[in-house]
Design a protein around this ligand. Sequence first.
Ligand code: COI
Length: 356
Amino acid sequence: MSATLVEIVKASNLKLKPEDDKLGFGRYFTDHMLVMDYSIETGWTGPRITPYEPIALDPAAVIFHYGQTAFEGMKAYRTEDNRILLFRPEKNFSRLNASSERLSMPPINEEEVLEYVKQLISVEKDWVPTSKGTSLYIRPFIIATESFLGLAASKQYKLVVILSPVGSYYTNGIQPVNIKVEEHYTRAVRGGTGMAKTAGNYCATFNAQTKAINEGFSQVLWLDAIEKKYVEEVGTSNVFFKINGEVHTPELSGSILPGITRMSVIEMLRSWGIPVSERRISIEEIYQSYEEGLLEEVFSTGTAAVISPIGELEWQGRKIVINNKSIGAVSEKLYDTLTGIQTGKIADTFNWTTEV
Ligand code: COI
């Protein structure tokens, strides 16, 4: 595929790069970004790499009023022999198009945009960190830019891709986190936008998340919106339960994000002969399996969070401790295999990685 950028405008002053151990998640941004524009008359045009800079928008732009936007999250990893790998990036761009479709936004050419993103990463290759557990987080997003207050899909959009060197999402790395089951608020509902990666799904979680954090938890576990009975996802990630040798994860019902790490975890587990079922799982059943001594491991999965073990759950004031608050054998094997493939340390037998 030869996709040609219209132009590359280099930044005149380059930023100082942070030390790898100071990275955290999503606080630092590289020197350049990728931008493209859409209008109904021309389609997507003008792909360009520009200095990282503020975006000027009309105060009446649709994004500010009706939240018409979608985003993605993916990572570039540095290998020991200094190559840069992307992990299943084509899945992110096809999910971006699925989100756009739900939000009445125009599709992008997935292959072309992936080529532009590779060019952006090549320009920023020195920003891909080298230490264990670090990567360059890639955040593509589309915003509705038409100035119009009538309630209708915008006729103009901007696609922007920014890059951020990151360490681990949770401050305590791969240590098991404690999670509160949210009983009052709802993240998303079937038929709504839960399956799309769109801003509204995430800001709808802030109040419950803040409350949980103030109570000493790391995140919340969302239940279904209608019955408040079935498990959906954890904060920023999909969730898995290992019960009596089998792994269970909520089925993609329309209100859950179809995670690319989720999909990869299911494929890895099955390839190891561990049965995985995607189905409705009630929180009652999780507590029941705990009472019976069958709940072996709980973990969440996501691009940002990777594989994050869950050591404690609290629901209706009942706290349960999982696997003695240590990472379980399957969670650890998943973490090691996934990050091993992503960083080129383990042979990529699944054919998941793409070199920049
Ligand atoms: C990701 O895992 O890439 C996400 O989008 C999570 C983000 C909301 C922090």
